[in-house]
Write a protein that binds this ligand. Structure first.
Ligand code: CA
Length: 450
């Protein structure tokens, strides 16, 4: 039977599909009169009914009875309870109702959609899911925000597959409000499969360790999740997933070791341990700028590697400037962009805090904040002096150091630095011995790369 509505189909309370038929109801809304309960019967195990119409019976409940299956894919709006009394209910709706779901003993719940209410699997209730993609592509049965999943007692999980699954961690149900009770104690897997179920955080997961055929082969290489967009020196690249794979790109679930980080971006470090061949949330920090740099991982034991291309890692100045030239003055305030950057301005067009200049015993003293080494990259700042503005004597000076405390003098300039983040506090003292004819001038000069 196939029925397509162009309006509202109102049924008196019981909708019955039978005779081993594959039936569909589509289009518009399916409802009952006056918030009455809607009972859908698929009496024979071979009966299946697929409804893509929206169920809109208000506060009336939905009860699935009979040994057959019912698949819902409409945008249901009813708010009454949902009872799976017998047979199978698959919820594939992407926007499900607000209804609390109860799976009775012997009945089965499954699907890839979203349940709007809390779900309870009673003692001897069942869950069933089809895994036919790699783990990362599997669409779980979700519960809406804050909704909970409760297992009242021993339950059964059945996994089916039409091919395409591979070893890995599959999320079967995700319940943002948490899961109470124990994961299903009886697990029926397809022939040749091995795996274990567990509750991890708010998820019911199945760790498929083999799909038969001898399982994944030995470690061949590491796959690295895409690293996209422009990155900045000194800013961590987060959320990278590393996957140990065999020669067929199946997850080498037996790999639980650690790997070393390297590459042309100046990466270094050692990873945490892999779980079933997968490591999520890796963070690495580039220390070099440039284009077409690579991030590599190497298993120190086997020597197996993997790599990912990072198109561009920009300098801290490039990230700050948005392309404005180091020697230009974007906002015309008389302070060149590079100097504004080093002095801690928020951007090329933002106000900058200028040095405070004082005189002490004839010495010229400059007090200012300056980005520390990690925040500025290769750019440096020079404190220079002249007795004649560089006309009859050349400007002479010293690079502001990154060492804490007093240092120098270098070329007649002494420093006292208090380390901070992102900026250090600097006192630069130009000695009066540099003066000639009673004149002494000082300046700060930003240098993009020494
Ligand atoms: Ca400026």
């Amino acid at each position: 039977m196939s029925w397509t509505s162009t309006g509202i189909l109102t049924v008196p309370g019981i909708l019955k599909s039978g005779g081993g038929a594959q039936s569909t109801i589509s289009g518009a809304n399916l409802t009952t009169a006056a918030n009455a309960e809607l009972v859908i019967r698929t009496d024979n195990a071979s009966d299946s009914l697929a409804i893509s119409s929206n169920l809109t019976q208000g506060s009336g409940a939905l009860t699935k009875s009979g040994a057959g299956s019912l698949t819902l894919s409409g945008t249901n709006s009813y708010t009454g309870a949902t009872f799976v009394n017998a047979g199978k209910l698959l919820v594939n709706s992407t926007s499900a109702n607000n209804s609390a779901v109860t799976v009775k003993p012997g009945a089965t719940l499954g699907g890839t959609g979203t349940l709007g209410g809390n779900a309870t699997v009673q003692v001897d209730g069942k869950l069933e899911f089809s895994l036919s993609t790699a783990a990362g592509s599997h669409d779980p049965l979700d519960l809406a925000a804050t909704r909970t999943l409760t297992f009242s007692g021993a339950s059964t999980l059945t996994i089916t597959s039409s091919g395409g699954a591979s070893p890995g961690l599959y999320t079967l149900v995700s319940a943002p409000g948490g899961i109470t009770g124990s994961a299903p104690s009886t697990v029926n897997l397809p022939g040749g499969w091995t795996g274990t179920t567990s509750i991890v955080g708010n998820d019911l997961v199945l760790n498929v360790t083999s799909t038969g055929g001898g399982g994944p082969g030995p470690l061949d290489h590491f796959a690295i999740s895409a690293i996209v967009g422009t990155k900045t020196v000194g800013t961590p690249i987060t959320g990278i997933t590393l996957t140990a794979q065999d020669a067929s790109n199946a997850t080498a679930t037996g790999f639980t070791g650690t790997v070393n980080f390297g590459g042309t971006g100046g990466f270094s470090g050692t990873s945490a341990s892999f779980t079933a061949g997968v490591l999520n949330g890796v963070s690495v920090t580039p220390t070099l700028a440039g284009g077409n740099l690579t991030f590599t991982v190497t298993d120190g034991v086997s020597g197996k590697t993997g790599s990912a291309l990072i198109t561009t890692i920009q300098t801290q100045y490039a990230a700050w400037s948005g392309g404005a030239a180091f020697g230009a003055d974007a906002n015309g305030d008389g302070v060149k962009n590079g100097l504004a950057f080093l002095l801690g301005a928020a951007g090329p067009n933002a106000a900058v805090t200028l040095p405070v200049t004082t005189q002490s015993s004839g010495n010229l003293v400059l007090n200012f904040s300056m980005l520390n080494a990690a925040s500025r990259g290769a750019a440096t700042l020079n404190v220079e002096h002249s007795s004649d503005l560089g006309i009859s004597d050349a400007w002479l000076g010293a690079v502001v150091p990154d060492t804490a405390g007093p240092s120098g003098p270098v070329n007649g300039v002494s420093f006292n630095v208090t380390l901070g983040s992102p900026s250090n506090s600097v006192t630069a003292t130009i000695s009066s011995s540099n003066a000639a004819a009673g004149k002494l001038f000082g300046r700060l000069k930003a240098v993009q790369a020494p």
